[in-house]
Design a protein around this ligand. Sequence first.
Ligand SMILES: Cc1cc2nc3c(=O)[nH]c(=O)nc-3n(C[C@H](O)[C@H](O)[C@H](O)COP(=O)(O)OP(=O)(O)OC[C@H]3O[C@@H](n4cnc5c(N)ncnc54)[C@H](O)[C@@H]3O)c2cc1C
Length: 282
Amino acid sequence: MVKYIPASKEDALNFLASHDAYIVAGGTDMMVLKRNAAGLLPKFDKDVLYISNLNELNKIYEDKEYIHIGATATLDEIYNHPLTPKLLKEAVGEVASINIRHFATLPGNIANASPAGDTIVIDYLLDAIVKLESKNGVRLVKAENFVLGVRKVDRRSDELITEIMFPRFSYDGDMWYKVGSRKADSISKVSVAGLYSITDGKISKFALAFGSTAVTVRRSHELEKEIEGLTQKELLDRCEEFVEKYSKIISPIDDQRSNKEYRLMVAKNITRKFIKQVGEGK
Ligand SMILES: Cc1cc2nc3c(=O)[nH]c(=O)nc-3n(C[C@H](O)[C@H](O)[C@H](O)COP(=O)(O)OP(=O)(O)OC[C@H]3O[C@@H](n4cnc5c(N)ncnc54)[C@H](O)[C@@H]3O)c2cc1C
């Protein structure tokens, strides 16, 4: 079994082309998934590619269309970077604890594809794009198409995520809520992110995404289209109708962190709060 530390991105892609390997970035999920008996090193059953040393993938930069966040930038670096989109910063600041954030990465969060992955909610809401590279070229996949199910993603075995790209756009207001058992170092029971814009007295942009309430993050483009074009008063008048409609796009479950009734109630309360925020233009 090979454990490989590549010297460059090209070296990493060559390795992936010839080995069926696990990729380890920060290792904060992988070391838990592959943990061994106390005192023993993690148990990997196939080759391992460690990428956290790849400085060429550590960059955070912008061009006309996107903010690009490199695959080895840690959540702590992302949190402290001036280009980081505001909502992403808020969500990243609530992932785990500072020591985990010194290692954890954005691709690690989305590729792990946990229903409770906090930054995935923001990836969906901001229409982020996952950039995958292999020796055969580059593939750009929308985050909401990349996650296929719990721990299932649209990644071929020779591909490395090299960046998460966030389209640049402005909006008037937003919201991020993470509900956990405590303020810090808490896995989400429910998380919700939203954003909106008002143009000429009408809602011109409305988006809501829910985490920890289904096998993957949930966002409804159909409901967003139904809301866009309404006046703020019309939205407020139809608040309960939309709270009910949004509650139908999620399917919370019972697990060790919470139960489905609580999750549904919290998701509805936050949806109602966000609709009021948009309706009142706060
Ligand atoms: C104590 C603790 C608390 C936590 N709290 C939270 C929390 O509050 N919120 C939350 O969302 N998560 C939390 N996590 C989970 C974890 O920290 C995050 O999911 C983190 O973002 C994973 O990043 P990583 O770089 O460590 O991933 P790794 O463990 O290195 O990898 C995770 C998965 O992503 C794949 N991967 C990583 N990088 C790439 C790449 N460049 N290309 C292709 N595949 C790749 C790996 O192969 C693996 O399948 C917690 C974990 C721990 C241990």
